[in-house]
Design a protein around this ligand. Structure first.
Ligand code: ZN
Length: 167
């Protein structure tokens, strides 16, 4: 009886391992992070980088109201994510004082450093480490105006900022 039980358990374990392997295989590739090919489907792609000097390479983006847009954001730095992570967060129009406040509050909210109240956030990436890329897609707001964007990693909001001008 005992040999049978042992063998039966072994078979079950093996089956479980196979199921697990199959499950892992069938999982869709994320596609949004890494060096994957950029799609050419007519949606305008804005490529933005963040570096170890806490700089975005693009600080002004112009777009048409309601236009679908794709942001391809890459951390081109080499420093570890814990010391120099970057994200790209687009906010509703607000005063500089409000932006400073929301930037500081976000930077104090690990691990993703987003505001607790997301009502002013239009679109955002995750915090990316060195060499990582995330591509996000959204419709530009339908109201013309100046929509600020920040990197909200601690210490970065004051330096890593720009504006999406909706015309
Ligand atoms: Zn940053």
């Amino acid at each position: 009886m005992s040999w049978f039980k042992k063998s039966f358990t072994g078979t079950l374990l093996l089956a479980a391992v196979i199921a697990l392997a199959a499950c892992g295989k069938s999982e869709p590739a994320s596609g949004s992070v890494g060096q994957g090919p950029e799609v050419d489907d007519g949606v305008r792609t804005i490529s933005i980088t963040g570096n170890d000097q806490m700089q975005f390479n693009v600080t002004t983006i112009r777009a048409q109201a309601g236009e679908p847009i794709r942001i391809s954001f890459t951390n081109i730095g080499r420093m570890p994510k814990q010391a120099m992570g970057h994200n790209w967060v687009l906010f509703e129009p607000m005063s500089t004082a409000e932006l400073n406040a929301i930037g500081n509050a976000s930077a104090n909210n690990p691990p993703e450093y987003l505001p607790a109240d997301m009502s002013k956030v239009i679109a955002h990436t995750r915090i990316l480490g060195p060499g990582e890329r995330e591509i996000i897609e959204f419709d530009v707001p339908s109201n013309p105006g100046e929509y600020p964007f920040l990197c909200t990693f601690p210490g970065h909001p004051a330096l890593m900022r720009g504006v999406l001008i909706v015309e």
